[in-house]
Design a protein around this ligand. Sequence first.
Ligand code: GTP
Ligand code: MG
Length: 451
Amino acid sequence: MTDKKNLRTPIVCVMGHVDHGKTTLLDKIRGTAIVSGEAGAITQHIGATEVPIDVIIDKLGDPRLRDRFMVPGLLFIDTPGHHAFTTLRSRGGALADLAIVVVDINEGFKPQTYESLQILKRFKTPFVVVANKIDRIGGWVSQKDMPFAATFKKQSSDVQARLETKLYEVIGELYNQGFAAERYDRVTNFQKTLGVVPVSAFTGEGIPDVLMVLLGLAQKFLEANLQYSAKGPGVGTVLEVKEEKGLGATLDIILYDGTLKKGDTVVIGSLGEPIRTKVRALLKPRELSEIRYESKFQQVSKVTAAAGVKISAPGLEGALAGSPIRVATEDNLEEIASQVKSEIDEVRIDTGSVGIMIKADTLGSLEALVHEFQKDEVPIRKAEVGDISHRDAVEASTVEDPLYSVIIGFNVKVHPDARDFLQESSVKVFASDVIYRLVEDYQKYVKEQQE
Ligand code: GTP
Ligand code: MG
């Protein structure tokens, strides 16, 4: 039997198209009201929320379930619709252990729904699909916080049929994307078939069902992935580099393995030499609260995986979003630094030979783009994190082949001097915040050029 205390909290990423209800769903799970405090209800930053198992069991309403699950809780990460989930990378994979894909049952699939599925498929991440906003189905009579089966029974047969029709449109789309899916209570084997849970994040209907499926997936996941623990030197990923009043540059990180302590020496990826620094303060949001909305952070002396934490330390300015952060000792500092550096170099491409140029906002999104273009056998001359600079524009303009005199920009800005230059040049710029759209647009462009 595994020691329960060393099990780390599984990381659950909530994904899906803008406005389909990711934050509202999390909000319901947390039982707080973060959405109402959000400007325009649009999530601006990535945050993490730890929900202890007791809170989850409480929502399920059956205390006997307590002994069935080993997980200490779930760490939910709310990725804004416009932000690449891929920021959350870890060496060789995605950081999320599990995921929830939220799709508005009335609107159906949208670009970021497809994108989420592609990423999950690539990283083989187990997930559950939430068919949200069932309360908007014509004639629906809401039954606050009820499990799906109970509320479904209370609906008229017309309404039931309407839900089934919409639900099977979602299931059909999943099938087109290569997933066998079914309404979750009709699934017999969750290893083979994706569960789709009809939910209203608004009224809470179906929420207990989502939690139940998630705990089941988490349990299975833990049985297969016990290599991560709460012990040992800390390893994490940088979500964001943020300026904080009085603290200077800080890092929001997700620690996915081991322990991180105040005073620890850490190595963090940057565009140049990795940053080596000492943790001055660890700032943790309280349980059931959000990193983004906690103005007064709580100082802690250590955190254990998995956790979202803010780090204050000298010299964090050049840190890269999506890059690794690792605890080192005096003895292995240089070794760890060179590992971090090679991990970043693996993603960046700077060959100077033939090919397109790719610029992205984080290391994770860059990696995903490089992967997609390489899959299509598109040569890449340069791929790096950062906005499109004047230098990039000039470099791209020196390429004669129109197929490669191209800059692909994912979630990046074009510097004003670069913009002026590009307007006068024949460089083709593709910019979007949807990865597969960039790939498609480029393919279309290549076709046009070849005709
Ligand atoms: P981004 O963070 O911008 O990507 O959006 P999101 O996916 O987090 O969506 P959010 O939770 O902010 O919800 C968008 C809007 O849909 C808000 O106005 C919510 O109140 C509403 N909404 C979310 N879930 C439901 C639901 O189940 N039913 C109804 N009627 N409205 C919902
Ligand atoms: Mg949101």
